[in-house]
Design a protein around this ligand. Structure first.
Ligand SMILES: [Zn+2]
Length: 401
């Protein structure tokens, strides 16, 4: 079954597509867009703007898409834009050769691999214009950079890594060696990589090896057996959806808000579970967290944090920070406030959530909900520094959703 048949099978289960994102105007990414729109209503078409390719075939492909696009709304994607899908946080990180200029969240980490990067000749094709997106669900993060090529990928992670780390990396450009340098793949530190290669497209041995060697990789899956790469540059058969072309199987990811997820090979029903990263008591989880609060009289206030809310679309979650204001015994404030809890970070320092609610429990401990994992955290006053505990099912405290 070809791509067309496969898409028909998936569409049969749907009544409407809210969004159809076209990464760029190559046949394997836009070829069926108008046909899809003829079969099923599309709410909004997302693309990067006009094609940069001028051959007759490229023009015909683009015009065919424009015709299909007339049936829905159009969103011109710009780096930093959000695609407003309920419960998801989808950020455009690259489009039309441009990229985000600030880290997706929090301070970015310098990328030590940048020094070893060797650029290739500039890519004048549509590939370099690909839309790239970061898709987050709670603490789960997945990146899809379309067919973005070598130099453009590097701009996202050098000199510092603007993307952060991911749970799932959908290999860029089908695992072709024109993309997927170590400078980006290893900086993303994927826990799982899924190579969207065909039997004869992508899955280049060099690109495969870079993914295979990525530090911290726990799982590597492939859509097809890469016929020209040989056994040494293909994953084990159970992790390949289509070892041959007798049928069309897919790879399914099911993610939870806490960052855990499963990957299933629809061919053999092999499912592997990837657990949520440890969130309890990580050093540095809160920048100011381990400082002991001097004195007994402290009131804690929730303050607006407008800066991250500068978005073109209604924000799914803007977040707050918890500040600390010292008070005298008579109730008057002393000095200025300071940040107490500004966000939640992964083990390697990338923010995954922000405080969105705060309450004080009967024993005086502070309860804080986050916008990423549907968890309420308890900040308990103990002998010594404040400490952090998971709080599940606390009486009288509803969970956020
Ligand atoms: Zn492609």
């Amino acid at each position: 079954m070809g791509r067309q048949g496969r898409e028909s099978g998936l569409l049969a289960q749907l009544s409407k597509l809210d969004y159809l994102l076209i990464t760029h105007y190559h046949n394997d990414h836009v070829g069926n867009a108008a046909a899809i729109a003829a079969k099923i209503p599309v709410g909004t078409f997302i693309d990067h703007g006009p094609t940069v390719e001028t051959t007759d075939a490229a023009t015909a492909l683009y015009n065919g898409y424009l015709k299909g696009r007339e049936s829905g709304r159009h969103m011109l994607a710009k780096p930093g834009d959000k695609v407003p899908i309920r419960d998801l946080d989808v950020t455009i990180v690259a489009a039309s050769g441009e990229r985000i200029t600030r880290p997706l969240s929090g301070p970015s980490a310098p990328n030590p691999l940048c020094g070893a990067f060797k650029p290739k000749d500039p890519d004048p094709t549509e590939n370099a214009r690909s839309i790239g997106s970061m898709i987050a669900f709670g603490r789960f993060r997945m990146v899809d950079l379309g067919d973005l090529t070598w130099n453009k990928e590097q701009e996202l992670v050098c000199p510092s890594n603007l993307l952060g780390t991911v749970d799932v990396y959908l290999t860029t450009h089908h695992g072709l060696a024109q993309s997927g340098s170590a400078v980006i793949v290893h900086a993303l530190r994927p826990r799982v990589a899924i190579m969207n290669n065909g039997p004869k497209k992508g899955g280049s041995p060099d690109a495969w090896q870079i993914v295979h060697d990525s530090p911290g990789l726990q799982g590597f899956w492939q859509l097809h057996y890469a016929m020209d790469a040989g056994k040494d540059h293909n994953v084990a058969e159970p992790m390949i959806a289509n070892p041959d072309e007798s049928a069309a199987h897919d790879i399914k990811i099911s993610a939870q808000r806490d960052g855990s997820f499963t990957v299933t090979n629809s061919r053999n029903k092999l499912t592997k579970s990837y657990t949520a990263p440890n969130v309890d008591g990580r050093p540095g989880a809160f920048s100011d967290f381990r400082r002991e609060v001097p004195g007994a009289m402290h009131k804690i206030t929730l303050a607006d944090l407008p800066a991250p809310c500068r978005r073109r679309f209604p924000a799914t979650s803007c977040g707050y920070k918890v500040i600390r204001v010292p008070f005298k015994a008579d109730g008057t404030a002393v000095g200025s406030y300071e940040d107490f809890l500004t966000g939640f970070v992964t083990d390697d320092g990338y923010p995954w959530g922000r405080p969105v609610g705060v309450a004080v429990d009967r024993d005086g401990s502070l309860l804080v909900s986050d916008d990423g994992s549907n968890t309420i955290w308890r900040v308990a006053k103990t002998i010594g520094p404040y400490c952090l505990r998971h709080l599940t099912g606390a009486a009288g405290v509803g969970s956020t959703s």
